[in-house]
Ligand binder design. Structure first.
Ligand SMILES: Nc1ncnc2c1ncn2[C@@H]1O[C@H](COP(=O)(O)OP(=O)(O)OP(=O)(O)O)[C@@H](O)[C@H]1O
Ligand SMILES: [Mg+2]
Length: 272
């Protein structure tokens, strides 16, 4: 049986574009025909919010399994308005995991055959912290994508995350791959951005540094409107950048399922 590809979108630095990337990549791949589940592991609940999910009071959440491992994360999964897209929303009231909790809790939940049969891709939106939730996400993931602002101060967050990545990849989850670093609000004409991205390329290799997402206030507006950018402002730079990123990643990993509804060239035409 095929198991879904599990992608953790992580950076311990706050406001680096994790939730925006999780929501918009999910929408891109869902539109291309993959069945995509977003698991919102951040108690801020931004991924669920951006996908238009308003959980009923007392409804199951993604965090329930960390309180009671006998619960089933599938009970928390709800469909989004758009085809092929589901979300397990966060619990806003969740107050941290017991450090002794099994780091493999989430991994074993995602491997359950009933869940694995339903999805092609699982995207984990992770909190801006180095806690058991992040360890669980890394332990469950096949790959990690690190969105980062191209500022000097971002380097420390990336360093901390890569230390955790190597610890988990050399112990409990040897299949874990660093998919790439994704410059967010990137302007290749700015010397400072060039220099930060240049450092990252030297450190991680050019093949691991994605082309990046430009500044686009439409991305923030789409989030406030609780829609992925492709449905909120399909002709925006943000929509084009996430469209191209989804293709870049899909090609890297051979994820593409079904046919894309529109090609990169068609989107370019719409945008220009
Ligand atoms: N390319 C972009 N251009 C303009 N604004 C952006 C862009 N990407 C993200 N934003 C905005 O930046 C803010 C932070 O983004 P986001 O919430 O995705 O970061 P995060 O890493 O998930 O934050 P947190 O660590 O708090 O979970 C949001 O208001 C979002 O709308
Ligand atoms: Mg977030």
């Amino acid at each position: 049986m095929n198991t879904p590809f599990v992608l953790a979108v992580s950076n311990r630095k706050g406001g680096s574009g994790k939730s925006t990337s999780a929501v918009n990549l999910a929408a891109e791949w869902a539109n291309r025909g993959s069945r995509v589940l977003v698991v919102d592991l951040d108690t801020q609940g931004h991924a669920g919010f951006g996908l238009g999910i308003t959980p009923d009071k007392g409804a199951p959440t993604a965090h329930d399994i960390f309180r009671d491992p006998t619960l089933d994360i599938s009970d928390a999964i709800v469909p989004c308005t758009w085809a092929n897209l589901w979300c397990a929303p966060a619990d806003f009231l969740f107050e941290g995991t017991d450090e002794r909790r099994d780091p493999g809790l989430l991994a074993s939940q995602l491997r359950r055959p009933e869940l694995a049969a339903k999805f092609d891709i699982v995207i984990l939106d992770t909190p801006p912290s180095l806690d058991q939730l992040l360890v669980n996400a890394m332990s469950a993931a096949d790959g990690v994508l690190i969105p980062m602002l191209p500022h000097a101060l971002s380097a420390e967050g990336v360093k901390q995350l890569s230390r955790l990545f190597y610890r988990i990849a050399t112990t409990s989850n040897p299949g874990l791959k660093l998919i790439g670093l994704l410059p967010i609000m990137y302007n290749p004409r700015l010397k400072h951005h060039q220099s930060v991205v240049g450092d990252i390329v030297r450190q991680f290799g050019a093949e691991r540094v994605m082309r990046g997402i430009r500044v686009d206030t439409k991305l923030a507006e789409a989030f406030a409107a609780r829609k992925p950018i492709r449905y909120f402002a399909p002709r925006s730079h943000g929509a084009l950048d996430y469209f191209l990123l989804a293709d870049e990643l899909a090609q890297m990993w051979g994820w593409r399922k079904g046919g894309a509804k529109d090609t990169g060239a068609q989107v370019q035409q719409k945008v220009s």
